[in-house]
Design a binder for this molecule. Sequence first.
Ligand SMILES: N[C@@H](CCC(=O)N[C@@H](CS)C(=O)NCC(=O)O)C(=O)O
Length: 244
Amino acid sequence: MEVTIAQCQGKGQQGGPTLIHFEFCPFCHRVRLALGFKGIAHAEMIARFYGTEHFLAVSGYERLPVLLYSDGSRQSESLDIIRFLDTHFPDSASLTMAIDERDFEAVLAWRSRISDNLFRLISPILTAYDGLGDDPRAMAFYRQRMEGWLGASLEELHAQRRQFFDAMLPELEVMASTVDRYGFYRSPFSIADTVIAGDLTGLRLLDIPLPPALTAYFARVEAACATSLLPGCPRSASAAATNR
Ligand SMILES: N[C@@H](CCC(=O)N[C@@H](CS)C(=O)NCC(=O)O)C(=O)O
């Protein structure tokens, strides 16, 4: 299997965990934000979207993100990983203790309500990330996955983006006014913000303007996490990257 060093920067990653992820993936974005916020020096392996066998080969799991620890143990599921980071790296601010459990449940319920329209909107444009839209093998599996799940071609979904966006706008506006009031979902930054900013980032690639309070929020989150999630952005200060 080919492994190329794409980029290497930041603090020493020796002994730190390795995040195996897809650049375009909202669930992976959650974990990238968490690692960045906590300032955990880590390596990143950027996987290609080549199919289940490939994912198993590079990570041991069928879905990414996966965090690989220096003792050989590994973990999947974005929220489990983030919760575990709090236990594993107690010296950095806790992301889970920073929010009331009921508040976080409300965020997850909000996220479930927007799920269908969110993925209809972002699936066609996540192809702007390197290693997806420019890689025919990855695109073939991506189309199969997304079009099978969402029941329409990426082109059809993209053509209907205004309709999906308008259907989701009231929920986006509620969230925009909440993060405008508190700075983050609540103050301070918490696991809720990794979900909101990580999952919504794809919307920033649309040719439809987002509520300005949401755009300002993305900037605050990325600054707090020293991490950029948009395509082609430099890696976070605490990450070094390889491609798989
Ligand atoms: N519940 C998982 C979801 C992870 C997930 O679905 N990741 C997608 C990439 S965005 C994936 O690995 N898909 C592989 C596939 O569809 O076969 C989490 O929160 O980590």
